[in-house]
Ligand binder design. Structure first.
Ligand SMILES: Nc1ncnc2c1ncn2[C@@H]1O[C@H](COP(=O)(O)OP(=O)(O)OP(=O)(O)O)[C@@H](O)[C@H]1O
Ligand SMILES: [Mg+2]
Length: 446
């Protein structure tokens, strides 16, 4: 394949939608400049990210439909105003599609325990992302009709055919025409991204996989956001056929060791520090503050590295401090720390922030990293992993230097490749696929 390859897509634009367990997004590029894949920026307080949380806020009469940070923020306000009875708020619902019995009538449970048909929930997510994309085109004064757009929707490799049909139907309900839609496997899109990145972008700064030779086996480790032990497949072993005409996924494996488990360690720490009651009441009474705290942690988590000395601190909302003082019956929050035998030497409270030595803060990642390493190690022991020499890391947590360093150190004898924007590999790879699918082998499950 030469480096001047052009799009084979007959449509003017390819847009890919990736609904993740914790974060979702879309990406798109034009036929004439297919390699310049763009993603929107999602604003969260003072920062921006290129994906937005997978959560949906629906007013019961469907007059309000919000997704991502906007949905989280709005839900925190309406909860504080006690108006949440009129709304459904959904989070972490992607996992339900792993069930064998996926069907149109299965239910997603909202935050307050009420349920709604999953097909309606997914339809609104897709419709929201589609409209956001369309609005973005219009803001840029680009006059494109829906018939000029090729959509690609990604699904995990472990999903059965029923779940793929379910997603296709949800997309059609959301207004995407069946003939304008390609369903791609997430590891397939990630693999295409890593193999064609150097063709799409000649100035890549990170290592690239490049189009693999016939017969080559490689492992795609997608470190996203599993929420439970029954969650998504994240490690897949791929092999290009001898004639390079096809690529097969030989094995798909999963486990509860994604980015969410790092956040869980942080919440466990806080719970051990102040007690379950404070966390529960704070979440109930001041959801906005709770959200702020988790977002502060998220921002610091994304900056963690293996080498920097010093400390990491996270602002703690004043309502949290006051609640804690009230429930512990103390006048100064620092007393809560001083009385805590488990953590009094691990954390300090100064200038409205909790502060950890970086060495301790890195501990929040340890269990997750150890589990990832152990699992990859076990896969190399299995027949399917024995002659795999290349590990490709994608997904949000693969952008974390702590995780990258651990994989490189533990698998020194392998070639470890982390493409640039590893967290966007699936959604950007899905855009490549939309442009190149006539030219490149589609990946199938063996
Ligand atoms: N730079 C970063 N450093 C550390 N962690 C990161 C970084 N960027 C994203 N993450 C983490 O990666 C996780 C999200 O990854 P990703 O967006 O790939 O998941 P997802 O697509 O929602 O999940 P899945 O593919 O499992 O459905 C989150 O836990 C997030 O905190
Ligand atoms: Mg993902």
């Amino acid at each position: 394949m030469d480096s001047n390859i052009s799009s084979k897509c007959s449509k003017l634009v390819v847009a890919a939608i990736d609904i993740g367990t914790a974060y979702s997004g879309y990406a798109f590029s034009f036929q004439s400049t297919w390699n310049k894949v763009m993603t929107p920026f999602w604003q969260v307080r003072q920062s921006i990210t290129n994906k937005t949380p997978t959560c949906l806020l629906l007013r019961k009469d469907y007059s309000v439909v919000l997704f991502g940070y906007e949905a989280e923020d709005e839900y925190s306000y309406i909860k504080e105003d006690n108006k949440h009875e009129d709304y459904y708020f959904f989070q972490g619902f992607k996992v339900i599609l792993h069930e064998e019995s996926v069907n149109r009538h299965m239910l997603c449970q909202a935050h307050d325990g009420r349920s709604l048909e999953a097909s309606v929930v997914f339809m609104h997510c897709i419709r929201y992302l589609k409209s956001h994309f369309y609005a973005k085109l219009q803001t840029a004064c680009i006059d494109i009709k829906d018939d000029d757009i090729q959509y690609v929707l990604t699904v995990p490799a472990t999903w059965g055919d029923k779940a793929k049909v379910f997603m296709r139907e949800a997309a059609i309900e959301a207004g995407i025409k069946n003939e304008h839609l390609i369903i791609a496997l997430e590891p397939e899109a990630a693999s295409i991204y890593c193999q064609y990145l150097h063709i799409a972008k000649e100035d890549t700064s990170s290592a690239v996989l490049g189009v693999v030779k016939p017969g080559t086996k490689f492992m795609v480790v997608d470190l996203g956001t599993p929420l439970s032990s029954s969650d998504t497949a994240h490690i897949t072993v791929h092999q290009k056929s001898a004639d390079s005409n096809s690529e097969k996924i030989l094995m798909a494996s999963w486990g509860p060791w994604g980015g969410k488990s790092v956040n869980d360690m942080f919440m466990t720490f806080l719970t051990e520090l102040v007690g379950e009651r404070v966390i529960k009441d704070f979440k109930e009474e001041c959801m906005e503050g709770y959200l702020d705290m988790t977002r502060y942690f998220e921002a610091k988590k994304r900056k963690a590295n293996s080498y920097r000395d010093g400390s990491t601190s996270i602002p703690i909302p004043m309502p949290f401090i006051h609640l804690c003082e009230k429930l512990h019956n103390v006048i100064d929050f620092r007393e809560v720390i001083d009385k805590n035998e488990l953590h009094r030497n691990n954390v300090k409270y100064t200038a409205g922030k909790l502060k950890w030595e970086n060495k301790y803060f890195r501990g929040f990642f340890k269990k997750t990293i150890d589990s990832i390493v152990k699992h990859i190690d076990e896969l190399f022991e299995e027949d399917v992993g024995r002659d795999v020499d290349i590990i490709v890391m994608v997904g949000g947590l693969s952008e974390c230097h702590l995780v990258q360093d651990a994989i490189k150190k533990n698998f020194e004898q392998k070639t470890v490749i982390v493409p640039e924007e590893a967290g966007l590999a699936v959604v950007k790879g899905a855009v490549y696929l939309g442009h190149l699918s006539d030219d490149i082998p589609r990946t199938t499950l063996s």
